[in-house]
Design a binder for this molecule. Structure first.
Ligand code: MSK
Length: 670
């Protein structure tokens, strides 16, 4: 299928639109202009290109004369599409899991008192997590426990025999199903290597078998590397709970030293947050003519400090260049993943210092200040001081788009449990009851990236609004969460404006937004945990595949998104991807990932470019799951007559009628 170069309408974000215009006026390129100039390769886009050996690359594009082309070795379209997909999933799993490994190493360093500035922020979570890893807690110090937990986690990466520990956190029925079909991940690194090996030239050539292996690799991400990344981040930096903060380019300040953190890891960014509040550094900034230090983020490093420290966000993935285009960013500090190479060149056109920090990531033209957890505070101070020194170097006019919105991030699964009954009686019972009664039609996770091949944020926004109207409670992570935060969907008031009557009652009763921000893209594991809790709570079947719910990545672009989609499918969820199908060249592969996986594991993965069709299929799936559970069919008119909605109606009545409605009779005046 031919793909568009880029949409006419590049974004629905007015702040980004303003910066695109500025870039055009200045003659600078952006991701949008490059997307327009560089149409996607029609062969690669459909998964039709095989590059795994030097007899090719082979282009397996069917023609009238040759409807079933094969590669030089005889590889079919299905083998090639499946192999490409499996390699994407392995790369996504590697990225997430290596992030998890770094956090395990930081936890180990903290336990040995070798990590400058770090501490165990959530000892309660440490003890809960210790239970998952079989580490004894009684009579032991936090450090002793942390050491054993970190070492146990590191063992899971290199495990050669047995199973990863995280897989035991799935519902029992799922654990048995994985065992039956040989899908339980063994070691995290082992599964990545297994996929890379089996997709080497001359190995696995059965599309179904290749994809089966990739499913196990993806599960090693979801229930392994990503899950421990989330857990260890919470232990080290605090388990998120709701707080009000702000999002979009308007968070930049024209009279302060602006530092933007970008990438994925919380390790260095948490230290930058800390030192940017140090009085000596604030005084130093004032001495350079600024009124203070303004820290904000983009992408998922932003999500990490947004949900824990309430640090404002300059936006999602396609906002990264836009922040620099304001001319107001002194320093952009990046760690790993989703960092565009173009940032380096663009930063050079302004005064912005572009700082890479990961030992794995150097970008030509950047300043490299390598991060090392043993000297984290010193490194953070060096970066902040450098930004302050750069403040007097601003060139040209600063132009900060005046757009920003409140949001409420921080809905960890622990908080979601707590908000349904408090510290002592917290459970997932009220959520399950709301779905069972039909007050909530179902639940949806809308996650993932931006992609300039489609209008920025539009699919995220349109799909989520439709879900809310249809009483579907939405949880979001990553750039999807930041997208809808920009348009005001992640605040309590959004329930009044966008939610259907049943969902609105739930939001009013608990006091939550209709869209819950659950963290960064590695934190999709929090959604897995919620689904596992719902499945074991009772009333919605016994497995994740029974729950009336869906997962959507409407504007995906990253290999990590494919790994996430595959681990949700392997856990029993129906997952829909927008934009395009990277396996479009093989109907057989599309069928294996949808019908085949559904038969095998109860979950499936489909690629559906049209957002309206995504909503239609999602609601049909939710209703079918409701019917299978013998729950009442969803009725949009059944609820909405209680709570604030009811009070608002009553307030319109004359006093006597209102009292009669409330108390059965008018109340006599004293
Ligand atoms: S940052 S992986 S663009 S969500 Fe996590 Fe955003 Fe996707 Fe990167």
């Amino acid at each position: 299928m031919a793909r568009e170069a880029a949409p006419e309408l590049k974004t629905i974000d007015p702040a980004v639109a303003e910066m695109i215009k500025r870039a055009e006026e200045l003659g600078y390129s952006t991701v949008f202009s490059r997307a327009a100039k560089t149409p996607p390769c029609p062969i690669g886009a459909d998964g039709a290109c095989c590059q795994i050996c030097d007899m090719g690359p082979c282009r397996l594009v069917p023609t009238k004369a040759n409807p079933e082309p094969v590669g030089v070795c005889g590889a079919t379209r299905s083998t090639v599409a499946a192999r490409n997909m499996a390699r994407h999933i392995a790369a996504g799993t590697a990225a997430h899991s290596d992030h998890g490994r770094d956090l395990a190493l930081t936890l180990l360093a903290v336990s040995e008192d070798e990590a400058q500035g770090y501490e165990i922020k959530d000892p309660d979570k440490l003890r809960v997590v210790a239970g998952y890893w079989g580490v004894k807690t009684e009579g032991r110090t936090n450090r002793e426990i942390a050491r054993d937990v970190a070492l146990a986690a590191l063992d899971d990466f290199g495990r050669q025999r047995g199973e990863i520990k995280g897989a035991k956190r799935a519902p029992q029925k799922r654990i048995e199903l994985w065992k039956q079909f040989d899908l339980t991940p063994r070691g995290i690194d082992r599964e990545v290597v297994d996929t890379l090996h089996r997709t080497h030239m001359g190995d696995d050539q059965d599309a179904e078998h290749i994809l089966h292996g990739s499913l196990r690799t993806a599960l090693a991400d979801g229930w392994g590397g990503s899950m421990l990344a989330t857990d260890f981040s919470d232990i080290l930096f605090g388990t998120p709970s709701p707080a009000v903060t702000k999002v979009n380019l308007g968070v930049l300040k024209d009279d302060e030293v602006n530092i933007v953190v970008h990438g994925h890891e919380p390790t260095l960014s948490a230290m930058i947050v800390r030192v940017s509040m140090e009085p000596e550094l604030i005084e130093y900034a004032k001495a350079k003519g600024a009124t203070g230090i303004n820290l904000c983020g983009v992408c998922c490093t932003s999500n990490e400090v947004l949900m824990r420290q309430g640090i404002a966000s300059a936006g999602n993935d396609l906002n990264q260049e836009m922040a620099i285009l304001t001319g107001a960013v002194e320093t952009m500090v990046v760690d790993v993943q989703c960092i565009m190479q173009a940032l380096s060149d663009l930063a050079g056109k302004f005064h912005t210092q572009f700082v890479t920090t990961s030992p794995k990531v150097k970008i030509t033209g950047s300043t490299h200040i390598e991060f090392d957890e043993h000297h984290a505070l010193d490194i953070a101070r060096q970066i902040v001081r450098g930004a302050i020194d750069n403040y007097p170097n601003r060139k040209g006019q600063v132009q900060i788009p005046n757009y920003l919105h409140d949001l409420v991030p921080g809905f960890s699964h622990e908080y979601i449990r707590y908000m349904q009954g408090g510290a002592l009686r917290g459970s997932f019972r009220p959520l399950n009851d709301a779905v069972m009664s039909g007050r909530l039609r179902g639940v949806a996770g809308v996650v993932g990236c931006n992609n300039p091949r489609v209008t920025q944020d539009q699919a995220h926004y349109e799909i989520v609004k439709e879900f809310l109207k249809n009483d579907v409670l939405v949880v979001q992570t990553g750039c999807g969460a930041l997208a809808n935060a920009k348009y005001g969907l992640l605040v309590g008031e959004a329930a009044l404006e966008y939610a259907g009557p049943g969902l609105r009652e739930v939001c009013e009763a608990i006091g939550i937004p209709p869209v819950l921000h659950m963290g960064s893209c590695v934190d999709n594991t929090r959604i897995l945990t919620v689904l596992a809790e719902m499945a074991t709570e009772g009333g919605l079947g016994e497995d994740i595949s029974d729950i009336p719910g869906v997962g959507i990545a409407p504007e995906w672009m990253s290999e990590k998104a494919l790994a996430i989609g595959a681990y949700f499918a392997g856990s029993g969820a129906y997952v829909l991807f927008g934009v395009n199908s990277p396996v479009a060249n093989s109907e057989e592969v599309e069928k294996i990932m949808s019908e085949g996986w559904e038969k095998l594991v109860g979950g499936k993965m489909e690629f559906v470019p049209d957002p309206k069709e995504i909503v239609r299929r999602s609601l049909a799936h939710i209703d079918a799951k409701r019917a299978a559970l013998k729950l009442p069919a969803y009725d949009p008119n059944k609820y909405g007559k209680s709570g604030d909605a009811k009070m608002n109606e009553l307030l319109k009545l004359p006093l006597a009628q209102r009292q009669a409605a409330l108390y059965g009779a008018p109340v006599a005046a004293e």
